[in-house]
Design a protein around this ligand. Structure first.
Ligand code: ADP
Ligand code: MG
Length: 287
């Protein structure tokens, strides 16, 4: 039989904005020893700002306009930053054949021109030579009709409580913290160093993140459990694969809430250590 305290725990957790899908997850949460994070929107704010535009011949405004229109159907934080930089009402009738490639970017037809906006990998997939760029920030390359048109440099900031959240997990007995990201190595390394996460893997496609989590699961010992924390954009399969899938921010996608075992109502990473502590407390575990 299931002890009543499990339900009390679930109720208590919900009061602080931690929704646990079932009592078995409360138990898994109490045994979390490895915590794997997605970067964008989880450890960082996921609010990118445009801070540089480099083009070949095209005007800056035109480059941003094409990129923003091509991204007009995406809910990715990068798309939102481009919409803000464009600053005008989107005329969606100018855009067709939109395709979003998770972890890479988008392609679409804008005013009859084929536009691609995304990272190095997207340009490589499309066979478009791009200018490799060393500025600090995430790069969105833009190609029009198969020709490189330039790139937009955007950057994000770590959340104010991310570093403290990593420390809190370590004091709660988590012995390994890992960050996974589809972003470039340079950006990933900088964020990981700032937050003092133990391991970092960059340039991952959504499927590569599942593979990394599987590798980490295969190396776990005894009863220890692995939790994955993500904002849900592209990471539902990883949420499903982890011992405990934690979706952050109740505004996350329905697919993420569906795939997750634990849902955090707000997007403060401190909630993770709090959730682990509450689970132990209600199971009577003294750590
Ligand atoms: P993270 O792993 O940090 O959560 P994502 O997997 O969502 O990030 O995206 C990884 C990378 O893929 C981004 O850093 C960006 O280079 C590229 N990317 C993803 N979606 C888009 C998009 N809509 N527009 C441009 N680039 C994108
Ligand atoms: Mg993500």
């Amino acid at each position: 039989s299931i002890p009543l305290s499990f339900f009390a725990g679930i109720g208590g957790a919900s009061k602080v904005g931690v929704l646990v899908k079932g009592s078995n997850y409360l138990e898994s949460l109490s045994q979390a020893r490895i915590v794997v994070f997605d970067k964008t929107g989880t450890l960082t704010q996921g609010v990118f700002e445009v801070n540089g535009i480099h083009h070949s011949e095209m005007e800056n405004a035109k480059l941003v306009e094409y990129a923003a229109l091509a991204e007009s159907a995406s809910s990715h934080p990068i798309s939102k930053s481009l919409q803000r930089a464009y600053g005008k009402e989107m005329d969606r009738s100018r855009v067709s054949q939109i395709q979003e490639i998770g972890g890479n970017g988008v392609t679409a037809v804008v005013d009859g021109h084929t536009v691609a906006a995304g990272n190095d990998k997207l340009m490589e997939r499309l066979g478009i030579p791009y200018i490799s760029c060393h500025s600090v920030g995430t790069i969105v390359h833009v190609a029009i009709d198969g020709q490189y048109a330039g790139h937009i440099v955007i950057s994000d900031m770590v959340k104010s409580t991310s570093k403290q959240a990593i420390q809190a997990l370590k004091s709660a007995g988590v012995h390994k913290t890992v960050m996974l990201t589809g972003d470039a190595e340079r950006v990933a390394a900088q964020v990981a160093a700032e937050l003092e996460v133990d391991q970092v893997y960059s340039q991952l496609l959504p499927a590569d993140k599942v593979e990394k989590v599987e590798e980490l699961l295969a190396r776990k010992q005894g009863k220890e459990k692995l939790a994955f924390v993500g904002d849900g954009i592209n990471d539902a399969p990883v949420l499903a694969r982890a011992d405990i899938g934690i979706a952050m921010g109740a505004m996350g996608s329905d697919a993420a809430i569906e795939a997750a075992d634990v849902v955090l109502m707000d997007d403060d990473p401190m909630q993770i250590a709090k959730a682990i502590k509450i689970s132990r407390k209600c199971l009577g575990i003294v750590y």
